[in-house]
Design a protein around this ligand. Structure first.
Ligand SMILES: Nc1ncnc2c1ncn2[C@@H]1O[C@H](COP(=O)(O)OP(=O)(O)O)[C@@H](O)[C@H]1O
Ligand SMILES: [Mg+2]
Length: 276
């Protein structure tokens, strides 16, 4: 019996057993994550869960006001791995979270000290807020994923970092709908998909809360919705329906400019009817 058969590995892959993460790399954070910090079961087949995997930083996808999105590859050295988007909320350095306190109604912080720190906007408050928004977005993605809403698969949460499925081809991120440059039929098709995802959100009792052509990706003919930290619980938040209405008006106005027959009030009424 050969060495290969015994260990089920080729000599080529064994040479990586001694490898250590280099520049721009770390050990995969998967093995140390608790079940609650991992995405919904079943974990997708494409997800690399090996303890021997490295996370390699491949570059920045987009810098934002409160968070930056990076492209990571999680792979066992010498093997194909998976591409992940790492959304990292900034703890300090910038002031003023634009996410309004109105989103917070009907929601709880871990304790009153954290709630006061966030309200006070101290450096500690900003880092608490960053952890809080990452956790909110992770939870929202898990809820949406379980409801069958087309979101990136939420892979992992660790502190201010949220890891999710990278939506794109190879290392190129999918365009936002605003930049997808579709033709008239493409926009009409995209609008039908957006209506369907609004219905699915409403049936689960949520509004996205910041829906726009910038938070919708267009990938392989499918709309994927992103940027969910401010998801609004329609039952608990007294302003819930206002957020839902604003989302619907935003997207309908945008699609109307693209020549799609998108009636915001009719769609809003249809969504409200899903709630009760
Ligand atoms: N899972 C993902 N796959 C590919 N690109 C993504 C992904 N998540 C975010 N992006 C890119 O990063 C940008 C910013 O992400 P987003 O969640 O909208 O944060 P922000 O709060 O900065 O708007 C998006 O517009 C999109 O271009
Ligand atoms: Mg966004």
């Amino acid at each position: 019996m050969s060495f290969d058969t015994i260990f089920g590995a080729s000599a080529e892959s064994l040479q990586f057993l001694d490898a250590e993460p280099g520049d721009g790399q770390r050990w995969s954070t998967w093995p140390s994550a608790s079940p609650t910090e991992r995405g919904p079961l079943p974990h997708p087949a494409w997800l690399e869960t090996s303890a021997g995997a490295f996370d390699t930083e491949l570059g920045i996808v987009k810098t934002g006001k409160e968070a930056d999105v990076f492209l990571l590859e999680r792979a066992v050295p010498g093997r194909d791995g998976c591409a992940l988007a790492a959304k990292r909320y900034r703890g300090a350095g910038r002031t003023d979270f634009h996410r309004s306190h109105q989103y917070e109604e009907g929601r709880r912080f871990r304790n009153s000290r954290d709630a006061r720190a966030v309200a006070g906007k101290s450096a500690h408050g900003r880092s608490v807020a960053a952890v809080h928004w990452a956790a909110n977005e992770f939870a929202a993605l898990c809820t949406a994923w379980d409801a069958g809403i087309p979101v990136p698969y939420p892979v992992q949460l660790s502190g201010t970092e949220l890891l999710m499925e990278f939506i794109g081809a190879g290392r190129t991120a999918a365009p936002r709908l605003a930049q997808a440059g579709l033709d008239k039929d493409g926009y009409a098709d995209a609008f039908r998909q957006v209506e369907a995802l609004l219905v699915a959100f409403a049936r689960s009792g949520y509004a996205h809360g910041d829906l726009s052509a910038y938070n919708l990706l267009w990938h392989d003919g499918r709309v994927v919705v992103i940027d969910l930290p401010q998801i609004v619980d329609l039952a608990a938040n007294p302003n819930g329906l206002d957020f839902l209405h604003r989302d619907v008006v935003n997207v309908c106005a945008w699609f109307a400019r693209k020549g799609v027959d998108a009636d915001a009030e009719e769609l809003f009424a249809g969504l409200v009817a899903q709630l009760w």
